[in-house]
Write a protein that binds this ligand. Sequence first.
Ligand SMILES: [Zn+2]
Length: 138
Amino acid sequence: MEYKFNFDGKEYILGEDNLEYFVNDENEELNGIELNKILELLSNSDEVDFQNSYYESCCSNCKAGKEEKKKVFDFLEYYFYVYGKNNNFVTSSIDQDYDKKSFTRLNREGIVDKCYMVTVMVCKNCSTYAIEIEEFEV
Ligand SMILES: [Zn+2]
């Protein structure tokens, strides 16, 4: 599974080879949401919109900007939400399941009980990327 997108005329491909790390919530891991599932959610959505983002640490792979002694480093970032019940993945904020109902609504209907934020961070230079999933207090 790969996810491709264009930004500033450059193509970025997120796959297994250039994944730097994948972190699932340290306290209560959400099950059923591994790398391929994230890439599939991104691929199937037309809402994905990466933005420029500046981090204090450089990319561990290419170290772009380090030699120039930059204070911040260029990344692309996108985040969305995934919802779970009993620690199992149910749906996300970017797919069409459940008619795009909000977390609050799905929670009230008993379909989900927990919300997680998924952050995708991509090195603007070499496409090395990382994914973090963290519980999000709604
Ligand atoms: Zn890089």
